[in-house]
Each structure stands twice: as C-alpha cells, then as structure tokens.
Write a protein that binds this ligand. Structure first.
Ligand code: BQF
Length: 281
C-alpha cells in the first residue's frame, strides 16, 4: 500500500511560512505584497479556483484584489486593465484566470502582463528564461509537483521520470524542472505509441492529461512516486484525478490524492511566487 502524499498539510506549512514572512516584509518595505486576480466570465470551476486564491492571500495576510469582468469583455478592455495594473506600484502580482472566453487570445493577454508581475510564470519571457536556465518565475503547479516529490525523501537524480501530458501549463514545465533535478525525463502524450511500456519503467510518474483513469495499476512500477495533476469530475460528480487512485495506490510507493494533493500546492506556490514578485520590485 502506497504512502499518501498529503498536499493539504504540506501546502499549509508553506502558507504558514509565507504568513510569518509578511510582517517582516511590511516592516522592511512599508507595505504588504499585493496579488491581483482577474476573472473573465462565469466558468464555475474558475470561480472556485479564484476564490481559493483570494482566500489563501487573505490567510497569509497579503493584500489581494479580485477583478470580475463580464464574459463579453472585449480583448482590448482586458489588455487596458492589465496595462493599468502593470503601472500600479501597489500591485505585485497579476494573475488572469484561464481559460479565457474564445474571443480573447490567451497568449496576447499573458504577454501583456509585466514579466516581473507574472505570478503564474506563463509570460513568454519567463518561459524562455525557464528553458535557458535563467532566474525566472516558475509556474505554480509544476513547482508544487517538485515540492511534493522531494517531500517523499527520494533522490530525483538519475531516476527515470515519465510525464504524461505536454501542456504549457504543466507537462512541459514540470519536465524541465525534473531535468533540472537531474532526472532522465520522457514526455508521453496522446500520440505515444505504447504508454504502458513507458510508465511501467517510471520511478517518478507525473500525470497531467485532464482525463479520468489514464493511468491504472497495471501501468505502474512497484514503489514508484505517482503525482496526479488531474482535476476531473467523474460520473457521480465527484472530484477525481487522472490516476485510478484505488488501484494504483496498491502498487505505487507514494501517491498524491485528488483532492488534497497537487491542487493545494498550486495555491501555496502562488503565494510564494507573489512574494518573489514583490521582492523583484
Ligand atoms: C484540492 C486548475 C485545471 C484547470 C485550470 C485545491 C485547487 C484545486 C484543488 C485550485 C486548478 C487546480 C486551479 C484543491 C487552481 C488547482 O484541495 O485538491 C485547490 O484552486 N487549483 C486553477 O486555477 O486552474 C485550473 C485545474
């Protein structure tokens, strides 16, 4: 039976660290860090996510702003809002909740954010810096995944890490971070010829596809560390990941649950990134 990696507890410890830092930062710089979250439209999942982010900011004692814009907001208006926040010396971090309505270009919007206020680390210049190996803002979810893997005490160096999924938000950056830890990294995806043959060799398996039961017990090497980034609703409407938790937890050495695994770590890393952005300015 696998050890369960308690993302909720680990994220709480990180948030408490940040919470302890805020009064020191305020004493030193005369103001608190401030995170601004923008949501466009009424996507119910996005509503929950932005609420989690604002709640966490309140918990750690930083300033936060939530801007709600209607679904029909023209792209130009959103870009103008971002320009204003870029120029606002009180704002340290700007986050635009994704996905955006179809008439708005996510790339254009993300790249309009001043790169030193890009708390998500999605700006093209931050992505470039990440891949070159320069200092940068590291995307929250990948950063949280590495934190969870390290929490097991296993040594990442030299291990075979298989990442399933190749999104710009999780798959690609988490692969780069694993490479930085000297893992041997394979990225698998929907066109991978024999997924099971790869995953069976993985010492570390990160699954970020966005589909239920992509990884089952027969696909996992005994003792492996399994990080489930998925956030799906199953037939009964319950939250579930991309990994068959019941089955895989019989085989894996370590596994993250959903909920209570990677999700809370994403939020904790956002708090850390906001502090980093504050210190950049
Ligand atoms: C938990 C996200 C898919 C697409 C866009 C805690 C969150 C989720 C779960 C959360 C996510 C997922 C976020 C739990 C933010 C993580 O207790 O398990 C927190 O708020 N997340 C997002 O902003 O955009 C997404 C998943």
């Amino acid at each position: 039976m696998a050890n369960i990696i308690d993302g909720k507890a680990i994220s709480l410890a990180i948030k408490d660290e940040v919470k302890a830092q805020i009064p020191e930062l305020e004493a030193k710089y005369g103001r608190k860090p401030c995170l601004c979250v923008i949501i466009v439209g009424e996507n119910p999942a996005s509503q929950v996510y932005v609420r989690n982010k604002v709640k966490a900011a309140e918990y750690v004692g930083m300033k936060s702003m939530l801007l709600r814009l209607p679904e029909e907001t023209p792209e130009a208006d959103l870009l103008a809002t971002i320009q204003k926040l870029n120029a606002d010396s009180e704002v340290d971090g700007i986050l635009v909740q994704l996905p955006l309505p179809k008439h708005i270009s996510e790339d254009k919007v993300i790249d309009a954010i001043a790169k030193e206020k890009d708390v998500d680390g999605f700006h093209v210049l931050n992505v470039g810096s990440l891949w070159i190996g320069d200092k940068c803002i590291v995307p929250c979810t990948p950063k949280g995944c590495i934190h969870l893997i390290k929490s097991t005490g296993i040594d990442i160096k030299g291990k075979l890490a298989v990442v399933v999924g190749r999104s710009n938000i999780v798959g690609k950056p988490v692969a780069k971070l694993l490479l930085d830890e000297n893992a041997t990294v394979v990225i698998a995806h929907s066109r991978t010829a024999d997924l099971k043959a790869l995953t069976l060799q993985a010492d570390i398996l990160v699954v970020a596809v966005g589909k239920e039961n992509v990884v089952t017990a027969d696909m996992v090497k005994p003792g492996a560390v399994v990080i489930d980034v998925g956030m799906n609703r199953n037939a009964e409407g319950k939250l579930c990941g991309d990994v068959d938790f019941a089955g895989v937890s019989e085989v894996a050495g370590w596994i993250t649950p959903v909920p209570g695994g990677v999700g809370p770590m994403t939020i904790a890393m956002l708090m850390k990134n906001t502090i980093e952005c504050f210190l950049l300015r």
